[in-house]
Design a binder for this molecule. Structure first.
Ligand code: UDP
Length: 403
């Protein structure tokens, strides 16, 4: 049984007492508020990861905060996954039937969820239309986590009337800004340094996790950890690894889980299994300590995404002082400064070349890893995101008091 839940004070060691005090002071006026976060899965992707820590910290500050998860049968999540893909630039056949399933299931969830909170934060497209079914008691915020560089126009036009019912929209990056009447703000995600995924594990604990899954540690480990999703380019990682192996010896581990709101995961996972060999290990497991062990033990972590809203897996590996080779897209570019605290790549060949370079040069790995860790300490710990939410939630007060 853990001694206590993480509190904002615990962040002092990373950000100093002054920052902690400032956030605490800012949160004081929000103590009467009831806040609800709503998303569509308890685990398996970055949003669930964020909400599990953020909602506890908000409660720790005295802001009564709930986390609700909407339910849906697989056909609902099949539609919403297609929407997710189309928002990241893919195509969609937006049939009436799809719209009926989407709006129908969201309506049913709205009947079951009584949201009379002072602030409601809806995450991602799955629960987006819920707002149509409530008499708002306070501002509603839509927080969209996907890479909106080039959303499919037809889908965006269909979603816009829902989005514009909100009082504010949070996107990850300025460059994802859309033409909307609703005000838009930009928050990058962050990690919880105290979670099992991110805290320091002893060498024995790490080894135990790796041994449990028969992961060999005789050669350097190259690792990508991601939902099994084409946007994460698992095929590209395998190709790059095969190229690199012509010059250096290593073991590749692709670890993925399958989120309940991502019905394509199983198919992508199955399609990769044929690539396995003695040095290419593909695992579908939900094991948080294994994620930690792999990220901290790896010589190199890859996140070779083609689109990436932010990429918490990049932050997590950087926090462990492990050099990351990331796709030069979306949020990854705001974490990795090429050649300074990691490498950005745009092709399989480049990824292979950086892999070889890093595996061969321990000093380079050390230098890049140290810078990576420092970047996360300065910019990507949960207390920074908490402060942004506190500021945003507080900014409505006057408007709604006047109304
Ligand atoms: N994750 C995990 N196990 C896995 C794959 C992913 O715990 O097998 C976690 C990962 O550590 C990270 C989150 O899921 O915290 C993925 O977030 P990210 O922003 O990288 O991508 P998303 O899945 O949201 O597109």
């Amino acid at each position: 049984m853990p001694g206590k839940l993480v509190q904002i004070e615990d962040y002092e060691q990373f950000v100093g007492a002054e920052t902690v005090e400032r956030v605490r002071e800012k949160a004081k006026p929000l103590k009467e508020l009831h806040v609800a976060h709503v998303n569509s899965t308890y685990y398996g992707g970055g949003v669930a990861e964020l909400l599990s820590s953020l909602t506890l910290l908000m409660n720790g500050l005295g802001i009564t905060t709930e986390w609700r998860v909407i339910q849906g049968a697989p056909d609902f999540f099949s539609v919403t996954k297609k929407m997710h893909n189309a928002l990241q630039g893919g195509r969609i056949n937006l049939s009436e039937l799809k719209q009926e399933i989407y709006e129908g299931v969201v309506w049913e969830n709205s009947v079951r969820n009584h949201l009379d909170h002072d602030r409601v934060i809806i995450h991602d497209p799955q629960p987006l239309p819920m707002i149509s079914h409530y008499q708002k008691k306070g501002p509603w915020i839509w927080r969209c986590h996907v890479d909106l560089t080039e959303p499919n126009r037809e889908l965006w036009e269909y979603l816009t009337p829902f989005v514009e019912k909100y009082d504010a929209v949070i996107l990850t990056l300025e460059e994802y800004r859309q033409e909307l009447v609703t005000p838009q703000v930009f928050f990058m995600p962050a990690i919880d340094p105290f979670s099992i995924k991110n805290r320091h594990l002893s060498e024995e604990e790490r080894q135990a996790r790796l041994d449990y899954y028969d992961i060999p540690t005789d050669l350097p480990l190259v690792v990508q950890i991601s939902r099994f999703d084409r946007w994460k380019d698992p095929e590209g990682v395998i190709e790059a690894f095969k190229l690199a192996r012509g010059e250096v010896d290593a073991t590749l581990v692709l670890l993925g889980n399958i989120a309940t709101d991502d019905p394509e995961g199983e198919e992508v996972y199955q399609s990769l299994l044929g690539c396995q060999d003695e040095r290419i290990i593909i695992l579908a497991r939900q094991d948080t300590a294994l994620v930690n062990a792999l990220q901290s033990r790896a010589a190199v972590v890859l996140q070779k995404s083609i689109r990436e809203g932010f990429g918490l897996t990049v932050t997590e590996a950087m926090w462990k002082g492990t050099p990351v080779i990331g796709g030069n897209v979306g949020g990854i570019r705001y974490q990795i400064e090429d050649g300074v605290n990691g490498f950005l790549v745009s092709s399989v060949e480049e990824a292979a070349q950086r892999m070889v370079q890093l595996i061969a040069d321990e000093e380079l790995r050390e230098r890049i890893g140290q810078r990576a860790k420092e970047t996360v300490r300065e910019r990507f710990l949960m207390i920074r995101l908490l402060e942004q939410y506190v500021d945003l939630l507080d900014s409505f007060e006057t408007i709604y008091r006047l109304a």
